[in-house]
Design a protein around this ligand. Structure first.
Ligand SMILES: Cc1cc2nc3c(=O)[nH]c(=O)nc-3n(C[C@H](O)[C@H](O)[C@H](O)COP(=O)(O)OP(=O)(O)OC[C@H]3O[C@@H](n4cnc5c(N)ncnc54)[C@H](O)[C@@H]3O)c2cc1C
Length: 414
């Protein structure tokens, strides 16, 4: 891959830079620069409202969901142009987080399985941020093994009646719609009796309970369904073909998480350049330098692994499962980096408030958020299974319940 811009890409970059320079919400630049994984918020403003305003402005200028077709609210841009946009958007890109699930997972699923009418109704509003979407897959009994889920959908004329519970639903508390994976036939093996829908999150019978996290935030929720009615027209894909539909969502999830995952390295490098230890700057200490060198090598390995995926996309190929490597490596790296930065702070490392702690407490926030990175979108162990089976060609995981009807799998209760 040639990393220099072609003349067309250089022109695209110049246009994007000019537009951002003229339109970005510069009043939030300093605060956004200080934020980090685990702490992206604004002191005096509601970040979702600020994010919505920026998204709408970008949408009016034609700068959202760049790779989507124009008729669905996108720009029809190339994968490389999308990366150029992200590079130019810089700190303001931190405002895209409420829309990532809609753009990265729900939108592509609706695009693949929705009716033309649905695509024209819902996709442009996902792109403009006017409607936020969430992903209702995981349940207490169905996380890594999402096909083990128990939320039931039962047909009732032109509608389906939903009963059950989801968990870890990011952003459900501010979402307008969600894609929902349900069990429609418990008498067949677990992957064969699932059906996908989308639903209005304000539907009667939907109850959302935020989960309080270790860092004090509530980014995700438990969602309960009691006799929730969904029109059959909101089914995505065929009845009992939900597993195949969910693979579209999950493949896009791994792509969107894997492509731009944070490592914490730039923050650590900057921190070590400013931190005074007893005998000088941290960055001049040979032990610190040796750690930094190791992480620098990993960070560039990750950068070029994600470039490989972008290069595959730009040639019209689908990036392979090797993208799982990015998430696996970056997840533990950010955790190690945060722990190291806190060690360097000595006793003061126990302080975590943005006002009291070193570097505005960004490493403390990262440390508390990093375990989530290692779980969301597939745990480390699941990533290792994917790499083992699909990249290295090792024998598959043992799946004893694969061919057993779901209602015959021994369990404590269903
Ligand atoms: C920050 C965050 C945001 C999330 N957002 C969403 C969301 O918006 N929507 C949504 O639907 N879900 C969401 N999730 C849920 C996420 O997808 C699940 O937590 C994840 O898939 C793991 O499932 P689980 O928590 O049930 O763990 P389990 O699957 O119960 O796993 C428990 C442990 O067993 C290990 N394990 C399980 N199976 C295997 C195996 N076959 N081989 C080896 N080890 C195994 C796991 O690695 C883990 O260590 C989110 C999670 C997090 C942390």
């Amino acid at each position: 891959m040639n990393f220099d811009d072609t003349p067309q890409e250089a022109a695209f970059r110049a246009e994007a830079r000019k537009w951002i320079g003229a339109n970005a919400p510069k009043q939030f630049e300093a605060e956004l620069s200080k934020s980090s994984l685990g702490r992206i918020k604004l002191k005096n403003d509601d970040i979702v409202e600020v994010a919505k305003a920026w998204q709408k402005k970008k949408s009016d200028g034609g700068w959202v969901c760049l790779h989507w077709p124009k008729e669905y609210g996108g720009r029809g841009a190339t994968p490389v142009e999308r990366v150029i946009w992200q590079q130019e958007e810089g700190v303001y890109g931190k405002l895209t987080s409420p829309f990532q699930i809609g753009e990265g997972m729900c939108g592509p699923t609706v695009m693949a399985y929705g009716s033309e009418q649905d695509k024209r109704r819902y996709l442009p509003k996902i792109a403009s941020g006017e409607e936020i979407w969430c992903q209702l897959f995981s349940e207490p009994a169905g996380g890594s093994d999402v096909a083990g889920l128990r939320t039931r959908a039962e047909r009732d004329g032109d509608h389906w009646i939903i009963n059950g519970q989801k968990i870890w639903t990011s952003g459900a508390h501010y979402s307008d719609y969600g894609i929902l994976l349900t069990r429609t036939d418990p008498t067949v093996p677990k992957h064969k009796g699932l059906t996908m829908f989308f639903l209005d999150m304000k539907s009667p019978g939907v109850e959302i309970k935020p989960i309080k996290q270790a860092n004090g935030a509530s980014d995700f929720n438990e969602v309960y369904f009691t006799d929730v009615k969904i029109p059959d027209a909101q089914r995505l894909g065929s009845v009992n073909d939900g597993w195949n539909v969910s693979l579209t969502t999950l493949m896009n999830e791994r792509m969107s998480i894997g492509a731009g995952v944070a490592t914490g390295f730039p923050e650590l490098f900057e921190f070590c350049g400013n931190l005074m230890l007893e005998d000088g700057l941290a960055i001049d200490d040979r032990n610190v330098r040796s750690k930094l060198a190791n992480w620098a090598v990993r960070a560039s390995g990750l950068k070029y692994t994600s470039m490989r995926a972008i290069s595959a996309l730009s040639k019209g190929e689908r990036p392979g499962p090797e993208n799982s490597i990015g998430k696996l490596v970056a997840g533990s790296m950010i955790q190690d980096i945060a722990a190291f930065a806190m060690d360097l702070q000595g006793a003061a490392g126990v302080l975590s408030g943005p006002e009291d702690a070193e570097a505005g407490g960004k490493f403390q926030a990262m440390l508390l958020r990093a375990p989530g990175t290692r779980v969301e979108g597939g745990t480390d162990e699941i990533m290792r299974n994917i790499i083992a089976e699909r990249v290295l060609g090792l024998p598959g995981d043992i799946r004893v319940d694969k061919d057993v009807p779901f209602n015959k799998i021994p369990t404590k209760g269903r």
